[in-house]
Design a protein around this ligand. Structure first.
Ligand SMILES: [Zn+2]
Length: 627
């Protein structure tokens, strides 16, 4: 029930239906940036020469490592992101952020900073039609006006510093080194914005100059190491979508059904910076409050739980009145999982076991028949969460939700506690996938883009568990021996069918994708997905579940590296001898890190063969606990 009292909607825990109710100064900031020493690929950039005053330096303008070719322009160092207050003032009819639109970021300085940066694609050169066209009007740091400007990214670890005058230090590429028409031998500074998804064009933009999307902010005086500071960025204009390294778009999709409906947000991997300045890297995870003011009658959807809805009288910006929605996420949210959509939605909420709130939002313009069809699937989210909890442990957030919007965005996405389905339709298998992400990707995030396979593999494993659950139900249910055998048989069948794959199935290492291949099927989804089936077989169901739950406990609200991921499975290996540990290392190296020649058969992981059901699984040494 919702009661409208004093202009505020008070949300109570039963089923409810809500009525549908630029760029700044051109001067570059931070000239005289820090000096980096280039290390071998994969090693972290090392700061070598201190600034003249010996203490205070500009913050690093990337969180990527030297040699990275996956969105190396994103992320910002020298501070950690603690909390963000989003204050959108959005006219849905005009698709514009109006005066008063701003974000307040609370950061913790890890070092003394003369300047620091954020990521913000305020204007897209690659996509003038649907890309953003915004302007930063002012920036304050701790309440004091600060200088700001936009600069190009520089490849991580450039020994000539972040303001390297060499144009080759600021070029885009799928690859390291850049190559391209100029045969650039340096690593890329950003990922290219591809004009299409045609594989033949994937290297067509290598060597292009990177856009100046680094917002460098110089406070009046340096920020002391160890201090908390606040950054207020005031900006207006039209949000939009980012054209990324595989030719798809993500960010703020215009929703035009009905005309002037609003904006629909799906953002992986980097599109959040197309509607809001932020530290745009998956391991940067501030908590959030959203206080969004939109046209009267519009609904705002964001992460976490709905705290209040306040109706405002008409003013110069909203002559027909406006409404301010406050959503609160006490859990940290990774850069690509920030939800903040606006439109005409039927929004419902109900409180389930353990107080978890389930939100359902359906685009108001969908036909009644389509809504009924979508709701049949949406209503299964709590049951799906309960089932997935058997593996992952307790649901990690205070709320969960599903949104079905109309724009045909490039994909459906696991935005934290608010799973986004585009095109007006929802699919049950995809809901299992996206809901699995609430644990994997959302609560425990990847520490960098090349670990996307870690969470996509677990989400794909979530689909395999759904197929196994279906087989189990048909064979007598989870409490029957026949049902349990059918569950195992389904997983083994899935493994064996994928393991038999030939062609190019094994030719890309999951942990070393290009931007073009990051979301392109087998190496990111199927191969790691069936690797988790193998891990379940190796560890046994009980130990496998213990490993998953330990990862959830140890890295909750944060992110995980590949060694940390693998260490959790090592810990729960039934036989913890040195030989068995070495064999598990070999398993990870073959399944996650190796690019095999085409064709399959001998050119695929051998440590697992001849198949999960076979007696030779995982070798003859007895490391596995066969069931
Ligand atoms: Zn996924």
């Amino acid at each position: 029930m919702i009661s409208h009292r004093l202009g505020t909607v008070v949300v109570v825990g039963v089923a409810i239906i809500l009525p549908i109710l630029g760029s700044g100064p051109a001067a570059l900031a931070g000239v005289g940036g820090p000096i980096f020493v280039a290390a071998k690929p994969g090693a972290a950039a090392v700061r070598a020469v201190p600034a003249r005053d010996g203490r205070c330096l500009p913050g690093a303008r990337t969180l990527s490592r030297f040699g990275s070719h996956l969105y190396p322009d994103t992320g910002n160092g020298g501070y950690t992101s603690l909390h963000t207050d989003v204050h959108l003032v959005y006219d849905a009819t005009a698709d514009r952020f109006l005066p008063g639109n701003h974000v307040d970021l609370t950061e913790h300085a890890a070092e003394c900073l003369t300047s620091f940066s954020l990521d913000f694609e305020r204007k897209s050169l690659a996509n003038s039609a649907a890309g953003p066209d915004m302007r930063v009007n002012s920036v304050t740091v701790n309440g004091h006006p600060a200088r700001f400007g936009f600069v190009q990214p520089t490849y991580p670890g450039d020994p000539r510093g972040q303001n390297d005058p060499n144009p080759m230090a600021h070029e885009a590429s799928q690859l390291n080194p850049v190559g391209g028409p100029g045969h650039n031998p340096l690593p890329p500074a950003c990922s290219p914005e591809l004009p299409s998804t045609d594989p033949a064009l994937q290297n067509s933009q290598n060597g292009q100059q990177c856009p100046a999307n680094k917002l460098v902010i110089t406070p009046v005086s340096p920020i002391t190491a160890g201090s908390m500071f606040t950054v207020d960025v005031d900006y207006t204009g039209r949000p939009g979508v980012h054209t990324d390294g595989d030719g798809t778009t993500e960010g703020w999709f215009r929703s035009s059904k009905p005309a002037g409906d609003g904006g629909f947000v799906t953002t992986e991997p980097v599109g959040t910076e197309d509607w809001m300045p932020l530290n745009d890297f998956p391991s940067a995870k501030p908590t959030y409050d959203f206080y969004d003011t939109v046209n009267a009658g519009k609904t705002v959807l964001a992460n976490g739980t709905l705290a209040s809805v306040r109706h405002n009288p008409p003013d110069a910006r909203f002559p027909a009145g406006s409404v301010t929605w406050h959503w609160h996420s006490p859990a940290p949210v990774a850069s690509y999982l920030v939800e903040d959509s606006v439109g005409s939605y039927d929004l419902t909420m109900r409180t389930a076991d353990r107080g978890v709130r389930y939100y359902e939002a359906l685009a108001g313009a969908l036909s009644p028949a389509q809504k009924r069809q979508d709701l049949v699937i949406m209503n299964q989210q709590e049951d799906i969460s309960d089932f997935q909890s058997l593996f992952n442990g307790t649901f990690p957030f205070t709320s969960d939700g599903v949104v079905v919007g109309i724009p045909s965005a490039s994909f459906d996405e696991e935005l934290q506690t608010m799973i986004m389905f585009s095109g007006g339709q929802i699919n049950l298998d995809v809901l299992y996938h996206e809901n699995m992400h609430q644990w994997w990707g959302d609560n425990v995030s990847e520490s960098s883009y090349n670990l996307t396979f870690f969470k996509e593999g677990l989400a794909t494993f979530g689909e395999y568990l759904f197929a196994a659950r279906t087989a189990e139900a048909a064979a007598g249910g989870p409490h029957s021996m026949a049902g349990q055998r059918a569950f195992d048989r389904s997983l083994i069948k899935q493994f064996n069918s994928s393991y038999a794959s030939k062609g190019s199935f094994w030719t890309a290492a999951p942990s070393n994708p290009t931007p073009f291949g990051l979301f392109a099927g087998d190496p990111t989804y199927t191969r790691p997905g069936v690797a988790y089936i193998a891990l379940r077989q190796i560890l046994g169901q009980a130990n496998f579940v213990r490993a998953l739950r330990q990862l959830q406990r140890d890295h909750r609200g944060a992110s995980v590296t590949e060694p940390q991921l693998e260490a959790a499975f090592h810990r729960w290996l039934p036989v913890r001898s040195a030989a068995c540990g070495a064999r598990l290392d070999q398993f990870f190296s073959q399944w996650f890190d190796t690019a095999f020649p085409a064709g399959g058969l001998a050119h695929r992981p051998q440590v697992t063969g001849p198949g999960l059901a076979g007696p030779g699984f995982y070798g003859q040494g007895g490391c596995a606990r066969l069931r």
